[in-house]
Ligand binder design. Structure first.
Ligand SMILES: *[C@@H]1O[C@H](CO)[C@@H](O)[C@H](O)[C@H]1NC(C)=O
Ligand SMILES: *[C@@H]1O[C@H](CO)[C@@H](O)[C@H](O)[C@H]1NC(C)=O
Length: 278
C-alpha cells in the first residue's frame, strides 16, 4: 500500500500507512486454548482502546466472526433471523466454509457459544471500488439464530438523523493497544458523532471518505482498534447506525470511520428480501 493521499500531513500519512484497517493489521490471534481472561492489568483505565468491559446483555446482537481454528478475526451484527452484517474487508479472500458466526453466551469469544455455519457471503458489489469504499457485507447463516436473553437482532437505522456530538456506542473484541492481542471480553466505548465534512477536514480531505461512511470520535486514547472491524456502532435508541471500517486505530485522536447503515439501507433490505416489499 502506498500513501496516495497527497494532502495529508506526513505524520497522518505514516499513521495511515501503519494502521489503516482495523481488520487486516490485526491478524495476530491468541491461542484459543489459553485459559486466562483479558490480559490487561487495569480493566478500568485500559483500553476497544479506552473502553470498558460490556455487560453480558449490553450487545446481544454482537457476534464474533471466527476462522476454522476458532480464532476471532472480526465483529459482526445480527440484523435478521438469518443474517449478520459486517465489513466486506473482514471477509475478503475467505471461503464460506472457513468462516463461523459465533454468538457468545458470556461476552467472551473464547468461551461457550453457538457456532453457525455460513450459507452465503454477500459483499457489496462495489466493495473497495475505490479502495476503502462500500466496505460492507452480509453473511447468511445456514440456520436461523436461536434467540435468547443474550442473543437478539438489532434494528437498523433507516434514516440519517444524527447530530454533531451525539453519543454513539461501539462494541468490539479488538485489542486495547496497537499490535496487542484481541480481548477475550467484549468492550464498549462511547464516541461522538462527527459530521462528514468535519471528519474529512480532520483527515486533511481524503478521497477515502464518501457519503457511505460515518465518523465518530472518542477522547484521545480511546477508539476502535485491531479486531473491531465489522462490529456495531449503536445510537442512544439502540439502533445500528454503523459497522466498523477504518481509521487510525487505537485512539490517536482521529475519528473512527464506519459504514453508514442508513446509506446502505435499501441495499441491505433488497439483498435480504429480494424485490418484495416488506
Ligand atoms: C428480530 O427478532 C424478533 C424476535 O425477537 C423477530 O420477531 C423479528 O422478526 C426479527 N427481525 C428480523 C428483521 O429478523
Ligand atoms: C473529502 O475531501 C476530498 C478532497 O477534497 C474529496 O475528494 C472527497 O470527496 C471528500 N469526501 C466527502 C465525503 O465529502
Amino acid at each position: 500500500m502506498s500513501c496516495r493521499v497527497r494532502s495529508l500531513s506526513l505524520p497522518v500519512c505514516l499513521l495511515l500507512l501503519l494502521l489503516v484497517s482495523f481488520s487486516h493489521a490485526g491478524l495476530r490471534h491468541r491461542a484459543f486454548t489459553a485459559a486466562s481472561g483479558g490480559s490487561s492489568t487495569d480493566k478500568f483505565s485500559s483500553r476497544v482502546a479506552g473502553g470498558q468491559v460490556s455487560d453480558v446483555k449490553a450487545a446481544p446482537y454482537q457476534v464474533s466472526l471466527q476462522n476454522s481454528y476458532g480464532n476471532h478475526f472480526c465483529g459482526g451484527v445480527i440484523i435478521h433471523d438469518q443474517y449478520v452484517i459486517t465489513a466486506a474487508s473482514c471477509l475478503a479472500g475467505l471461503r464460506k466454509s472457513n468462516v463461523k458466526v459465533v454468538t457468545t453466551t458470556y461476552n467472551d469469544w473464547g468461551l461457550d457459544g453457538w457456532a453457525y455455519d455460513v450459507e452465503e457471503i454477500i459483499p457489496h458489489c462495489n466493495f473497495d471500488q475505490p479502495l476503502y469504499h462500500n466496505d460492507i457485507a452480509l453473511i447468511k447463516t445456514k440456520t436461523l439464530f436461536l434467540y435468547d436473553e443474550v442473543t437478539k437482532n438489532i434494528t437498523i437505522a433507516p434514516l440519517e438523523d444524527l447530530v454533531e456530538g451525539e453519543k454513539l456506542t461501539m462494541y468490539g473484541w479488538g485489542s486495547t493497544t496497537a499490535g496487542g492481542d484481541f480481548e477475550w471480553e467484549l468492550r464498549q466505548l462511547d464516541l461522538s458523532y462527527v459530521p462528514t465534512a468535519k471528519c474529512n477536514a480532520t483527515y486533511g480531505g481524503t478521497e477515502d471518505l464518501d457519503l457511505g461512511h460515518l465518523c465518530a470520535v472518542g477522547r484521545l486514547g480511546a477508539g476502535a482498534c485491531h479486531g473491531d472491524a465489522g462490529g456495531p456502532l449503536v445510537d442512544s435508541q439502540g439502533r445500528l447506525v454503523g459497522v466498523g471500517n477504518w481509521g487510525v486505530p487505537c485512539g490517536h485522536g482521529f475519528p473512527d470511520v464506519f459504514a453508514r447503515i442508513s446509506f446502505y439501507y435499501s441495499w441491505i433490505q433488497s439483498t435480504i428480501n429480494g424485490c418484495s416489499i416488506s
